[in-house]
Design a protein around this ligand. Structure first.
Ligand code: FAD
Length: 438
C-alpha cells in the first residue's frame, strides 16, 4: 500500500486523538475520528474532558511540536489573547520548597486554557484533507477478522435507535484516554494484557478563574508551587486568555482542598507565597470552584508484550497517564504523535511493535520525573529502590542550589520544559555545582 492510501480510524477526539489524527493524515488518505461528545463550535469545556476545567500547562517542547504540526498556531492563539510565556523567566516555580532562580530565555510556552487549545487544534485537524469527525457516538468495541483489527463498532447517541454501526479501517488508534477498553477488547482475541505500573497519588484538583488587579504579578505569567514532604499540597496560578488567571489547588494522599470559595482561598494560602496569596485575596473571582479527582498515575507497558493484534494502536493517556501536577500529558501525546509519524514514514509493517517501542522512549523520562517526584513524598506509598532514593536526594539538592545558581536552575528549567533529556541534570558542569554548592 502506498503513501496516502487507506483509512485510519481514531477513537476519541481529545488532544491525544487529534494529534494522532494529524500524524496519520500524512500516510492515510482518510482519517475518521469517533467521539462520544458533540464537539462545541466554540472553545468550551465538554463532558468527555472534565480535566479541561483545570490548569493545563503545555510545556515548551509541546508548544514547539504543536507549532510544527500546525504552522501559525502560536500566532493565532496570541491574537486570541493567549499568553506566550518564557518558562524560565516568567514562571515562578517553587519546587522542593525552593524558589528556582530565573534562567536564560528559551522557546516560548503557549498558555491557553485547555478548551481554547483543544478547539484551535480541532479546527486545524478538521481542515486537513480526508479528515472526518463522527460526533455524539459511543465506541462499543472493535471489528476483528482472523485475529486482526479491521474496524470499530459504535452507537450513535441520537437518531439511530441504539443500533450498532461499524466502520472499516486499515488501522484503528485507541485514544479513548485512561479508561479506554482496548485491554479488554484485545483479551478476547487471546492477547495478554500489558503489565501495569501504578502510583497511587490520591490527588484532587479544585479550580476557579480570577481577575487580578491590573499588572499585580507582572512580569510573571504564572506561579507553580510543588508539594514537599509533610505538605502534599500544590498549586498553580496561571494567566490565560480573556485577561483571566486560573487558580488550581491540589492536594495529594487524601489531603484534599475544599470547594467552598473562601475556604479554597484560605487553603491556597497554606501553599502560595505570601505576595501571591495577597493578590488572590484582592482578585475578583469569576467562576465557581470545580473539582476533579485523579486516583493514580498509570503506565501500561505495551512495548514489553511479545505480540500485538495487527491493525490497532493504543495512544495518549491509554499508554500512560501521569500525575497531572507535572503538566506532561499533552506534551507527551504530541511526542507520541511525532513518533507515530516517524514509524509510519518507515512503512506499515510491524507497526505496533515499532510504535510502542518509540512511544516508550518518550514516556520514559516523563514517567521517571513524575514517579520520582511522587515518591520523594513519604506520604505516597510505593517501592523506593536505592537508585530512586539517591536520585531524589540529588534532585532535591539540585533544587536548593538552583535557587541561586543560574546554570543549575537553567538545566532544571530545560528538563522540566522537556527541552533536554533528564540525564542533562547529571552533566559534569551541573553535577559539580550541585555537589559542591549544595
Ligand atoms: C486534572 C488533570 C489535569 C491535567 N493537567 C495537565 C497539564 O497541565 N498539562 C498536560 O499536558 N496535561 C495535563 N493533563 C493530561 C491531559 O489532559 C491528557 O494527557 C490529554 O488530554 C491527552 O489525553 P487523551 O486524549 O489520551 O485522553 P482524554 O483527554 O481522556 O480523551 C479521551 C477522549 O475519548 C472520548 N471517549 C471516551 N470514551 C469514549 C467512547 N466509548 N466512545 C467515544 N468517545 C469516547 C472522550 O470524550 C474524550 O474526548 C491533565 C489531566 C488531568 C486529569
Amino acid at each position: 500500500m502506498g503513501r496516502e492510501a487507506g483509512h485510519a480510524v481514531v477513537l476519541g477526539a481529545s488532544m491525544g486523538g487529534l494529534l494522532a489524527a494529524r500524524a496519520l493524515t500524512e500516510t492515510y488518505a482518510r482519517v475518521t475520528l469517533l467521539e462520544r461528545d458533540e464537539l462545541p463550535a466554540e472553545p468550551l469545556n465538554r463532558r468527555g474532558v472534565p480535566q479541561g476545567r483545570h490548569v493545563h500547562v503545555l510545556l515548551p517542547r509541546g508548544s514547539q511540536v504543536l507549532g510544527s504540526f500546525f504552522p501559525g498556531l502560536a500566532g493565532e492563539l496570541g491574537l486570541a489573547g493567549v499568553p506566550h510565556t518564557q518558562l524560565a523567566r516568567q514562571i515562578r516555580f517553587v519546587v522542593s520548597g525552593h524558589r528556582l532562580t530565573r534562567g536564560r530565555p528559551g522557546p516560548i510556552m503557549l498558555q491557553p486554557t485547555r478548551a481554547t487549545l483543544e478547539h484551535a487544534v480541532r479546527r486545524r485537524v478538521a481542515a486537513l484533507p480526508g479528515v472526518e469527525f463522527v460526533q455524539g457516538c459511543d465506541v462499543s468495541g472493535l471489528v476483528t477478522s482472523a485475529g486482526r483489527v479491521t474496524g470499530a463498532r459504535f452507537v450513535r447517541r441520537s437518531g439511530a435507535g441504539g443500533r450498532e454501526e461499524t466502520v472499516e479501517a486499515d488501522l484503528v488508534v485507541d485514544a479513548l484516554g485512561r479508561s479506554g477498553r482496548s485491554v479488554e477488547w484485545v483479551a478476547r482475541l487471546g492477547y495478554p494484557a500489558p503489565a501495569e505500573e501504578r502510583i497511587k497519588v490520591g490527588i484532587k484538583y479544585v479550580s476557579c478563574f480570577f481577575r487580578t488587579p491590573p499588572g499585580a504579578l507582572a512580569p510573571e505569567q504564572g506561579i507553580l508551587v510543588g508539594p514537599v514532604p509533610g505538605r502534599t499540597r500544590a498549586m498553580a496560578f496561571m494567566a490565560c486568555e480573556g485577561d483571566r488567571w486560573l487558580l488550581t489547588v491540589a492536594g495529594m494522599a487524601g489531603d484534599h482542598p475544599p470547594t467552598d470559595p473562601g475556604a479554597l482561598v484560605d487553603f491556597a494560602g497554606t501553599i502560595a507565597p505570601r505576595d501571591v496569596h495577597d493578590v488572590i485575596v484582592r482578585s475578583d473571582r469569576l467562576s465557581d470552584p470545580v473539582t476533579h479527582a485523579f486516583p493514580a498515575s498509570v503506565r501500561r507497558r505495551y512495548e514489553k508484550l511479545p505480540a500485538h493484534p495487527e491493525g490497532l494502536l493504543v495512544f495518549g493517556d491509554g499508554l500512560c497517564s501521569f500525575n497531572p501536577i507535572y503538566g506532561q500529558g499533552m506534551t507527551v501525546a504530541s511526542l507520541q504523535a511525532e513518533a507515530l509519524r516517524a514509524c509510519l514514514a518507515a512503512g506499515r509493517g510491524d507497526l505496533a511493535h515499532r510504535f510502542y517501542r518509540a512511544a516508550a522512549k518518550v514516556i520514559d523520562p516523563a514517567w521517571q520525573l513524575s514517579a520520582a517526584g511522587d515518591l520523594a513524598l513519604p506520604e505516597i506509598t510505593g517501592s523506593r529502590p536505592l537508585l530512586t532514593r539517591l536520585i531524589n536526594r540529588y534532585v532535591s539538592r539540585l533544587h536548593r542550589v538552583g535557587a541561586t545558581d543560574v546554570a543549575v536552575a537553567d538545566a532544571f528549567w530545560r528538563v522540566a520544559g522537556y527541552l533536554d533529556p533528564t540525564p542533562a541534570l547529571l552533566r559534569p558542569r551541573v553535577a559539580l555545582r550541585v555537589l559542591t554548592r549544595g
